[in-house]
Design a protein around this ligand. Structure first.
Ligand SMILES: [Zn+2]
Length: 154
């Protein structure tokens, strides 16, 4: 968290307690550079499982990354941003409903495919045809980005 005094990015949490509304956490922090203290409030987010990749490494669920991939699959299709948001919310609900600490990247990929199937057949086919060929969502997203930039340069 950025220090409000000197803008340094490293700090040490010295105290954490629930906020008054019960939906946030209040943390006292000390800047590692100037040692000023400040308070942050963080919303308690529903927690997502870690994503286990093919090589057994784990990464945190990342909404922006998922959004990026879905936007590319939906590129130039008549799908509103709001519909895409709904699709992502549905995917996130499924992830949370699993109540697991980890899910595989295949699980995530399948969940995305199911969600896109209900959204638009073209987006679904784009996602599915690329996804099946690849090790995981990482590579899939890279490939979509590549396809995207090629489409733009045509
Ligand atoms: Zn500071």
């Amino acid at each position: 968290m950025r220090c409000p005094y000197c803008a340094f990015l490293e700090d040490k949490v010295i105290d954490s307690r629930p906020g008054k509304d019960g939906r946030s956490i209040r943390r006292r922090r000390e800047c590692q550079a100037c040692h000023e203290r400040f308070t942050s409030y963080e919303r308690i987010e529903e927690s997502f499982p870690m994503i286990v990749k093919k090589d057994k490494t784990r990464e945190e669920y990342n909404r922006d990354k998922l959004l990026g991939g879905i936007k590319i699959a939906c590129n130039k299709l008549p799908i509103s941003t709001q519909r895409i948001d709904e699709v992502i919310s549905n995917i996130e609900r499924k992830l949370i409903e699993e109540s697991a600490s980890e899910v595989t990247v295949e699980f995530l990929g399948t969940t995305v495919m199911e969600a896109l199937r209900g959204l638009d057949p073209v987006a679904y086919i784009r996602f599915a045809s690329v996804y099946r060929e690849f090790e995981g969502i990482e590579e899939f997203l890279r490939e979509l980005n590549r396809m995207e930039s090629e489409a733009e340069s045509e």
